[in-house]
Design a protein around this ligand. Structure first.
Ligand code: BEZ
Length: 254
């Protein structure tokens, strides 16, 4: 899994859209009072808390201790645990797993799907949304182009995301013993906060594993070059709009 040291304050302050859009996914989860639900990749806990408000019993897990520290501070009454989605086990299986904006960070999809399968009761459901095929295509291309143009592209730089098609992901779910009930891929252009600096904030937050290998000056050059490339495409009326594309799935453990 990607080793990103998240900045929980930047995440909460500038990227609230992550869980605000995720609220819609809760309708698909439709939690019942008393159900045991695992929120995989809970971040700072906002959606975990929404699930808990329905009367479900929820555990939020995340690989990043900084995010969980903030989640515990935000919601001291809820249960959170540090766990690696590729390699976790639960003592008691869950009725459902909910995951918003997390699975695209983990390249080892088979390991994650296998863990999710074993963490569910028979007939337990998985409700997930993450970046799908074509997600942030313009941003990713501009980033690679900018790295190359500034002389910062090295062979070890790899984009750290997994954005599958419906066909690829649902086949994988089936291979691991899920029955897929629903899958959709859709564009979700996402306005970024803070006007002119929105894209720079996004790049600093989400491409840390790439930028951390560069000097401060190189980082500035790359970010400016990305902005320059994308301004005609993703900047409208003073706001940057990220070219997000989501995949949503509902699958049931057979
Ligand atoms: C996403 O939510 O789609 C996403 C966020 C950051 C980097 C890549 C994708």
């Amino acid at each position: 899994m990607l080793k990103t040291q998240w900045d929980a304050t930047l995440y909460e302050g500038k990227h609230a859209f992550i869980w605000q859009y995720g609220e819609d996914l809760l309708n698909l989860l439709s939690p019942e009072p008393g159900e045991r639900i695992l929120d995989l990749g809970c971040g700072t806990g906002q959606l975990t808390a929404k699930i808990a408000m329905t009367g479900a019993v929820v555990l939020g897990i995340d690989a990043d201790p900084t995010m969980l520290e903030k989640a515990r501070y935000n919601y001291p009454q809820l249960q959170f645990a540090v766990a690696d989605a590729r390699n976790f086990q639960v003592e008691q299986p869950f009725d459902a797993i909910f995951s918003n904006a997390t699975l695209h960070w983990i390249l080892e999809k088979d390991a994650v799907i296998g863990c999710m399968h074993q963490a569910l009761k028979p007939k337990g459901r998985l409700v997930a949304e993450f970046g799908g095929k074509g997600n942030i295509k313009a941003i990713a291309e501009a980033l690679l182009g900018a790295l190359e143009a500034t002389g910062c592209l090295s062979p070890e730089i790899q984009l750290p995301w997994y954005f599958p098609s419906i066909g690829e992901y649902t086949s994988c779910l089936e291979k691991h013993g899920f029955e897929v009930h629903y899958a959709v891929l859709f564009d979700r252009p996402t306005p970024l906060l803070d006007g002119d600096t929105g894209l720079a904030n996004w790049i600093q937050m989400f491409t840390k594993s790439i930028l951390s290998g560069l000097s401060t000056e190189q980082q500035t050059d790359v970010i400016q070059a990305v902005e320059h490339r994308l301004k005609p495409v993703l900047y409208q009326d003073g706001t940057w709009i990220a070219d997000y594309r989501r995949i949503r799935v509902v699958a049931v453990k057979e």
